[in-house]
Ligand binder design. Structure first.
Ligand SMILES: Nc1nc2c(c(=O)[nH]1)N[C@H]1C(S)=C(S)[C@@H](COP(=O)(O)O)O[C@H]1N2
Ligand SMILES: [Mo]
Length: 216
């Protein structure tokens, strides 16, 4: 699973000995922060916003938080890169937010949960193995480099999964579904790799090996 932490945003030396940021294979460095997503930017309506954890929860029930409740959960920061499957990477952002681990503690999954579906506005979704979601660096981010996220970058909440391609991190995220079997999310149904490890260059579903994902 993933790569050693020092590979995530460390400095490496190329064959000529020059120092350069270390990128996953096939990626190039992006200066600045472009906006990449499918569909419109949703409008944030705090009174209608809730964050839900549902599906195969340990107690069988749903867990809901208002925006005020969710953003009052303990925050932490994670320095992580963003690797878009269309081959640009943004390095070294400091994300602030609520660890996925906190959610797993507050709303534990049933024993037979193997995967999660992360849901966002307009039905955008992405699936992750429970073990990938439970990685200590996975964060529900409210901030980047100390500032609140802007609307186009996912305000009020986006998921950051440092060891996966960026489509595995929905912007405008609204909930998590616990699943007892794998199911493909939005891009995973549309030709992108079910696992999406940038260090293994798992870009497209045709690269999947048996066991990487459910039948297409
Ligand atoms: N809701 C939603 N989240 C999304 C996407 C999307 O289409 N919808 N695209 C993903 C992709 S492909 C990338 S590269 C990143 C881009 O994040 P950025 O626009 O903040 O750079 O968001 C991800 N999160
Ligand atoms: Mo992307």
């Amino acid at each position: 699973m993933g790569q050693p932490l020092e590979h995530e945003s460390g400095e490496g030396r190329d064959s000529a000995g020059a120092t350069q940021p270390e990128l996953p294979p096939g990626q190039r460095l992006q200066r600045g922060w472009p906006v990449t997503h499918y569909g419109p930017v949703p409008k944030f309506r705090p009174e209608r916003w809730e964050f839900r954890v549902f599906g195969a929860t340990a107690g069988g029930g749903k867990h809901c938080w208002t925006h005020e409740e969710f953003t009052a959960l303990p925050h932490t920061t994670v320095v992580a890169d963003l690797h878009c499957v269309t081959k640009f990477s943004m390095l070294g952002a400091e994300w602030g937010g609520i660890p996925a681990r906190t959610l797993l503690d507050l709303a534990p999954p049933a024993d037979d949960v193997t995967h999660v579906m992360v849901w966002a506005e307009y039905g955008f979704s992405s699936n992750l193995r429970l073990s990938d979601f439970a990685d200590e660096r996975v964060l529900f981010a409210t901030h980047k480099d100390g500032e609140l996220l802007t609307a186009e970058h996912g305000f009020p909440l986006r998921l950051i999964v440092p060891h996966r391609y960026a489509w595995k991190g929905p912007k405008w995220v609204r909930g998590v579904e616990y699943m007892t079997a794998d199911r493909r999310g939005f891009w995973e149904e549309r030709g992108y790799h079910n696992i999406g490890d940038p260090w293994q260059e798992q870009r497209y579903s045709y690269q999947e090996k048996p066991g990487d994902g459910p039948d297409l």
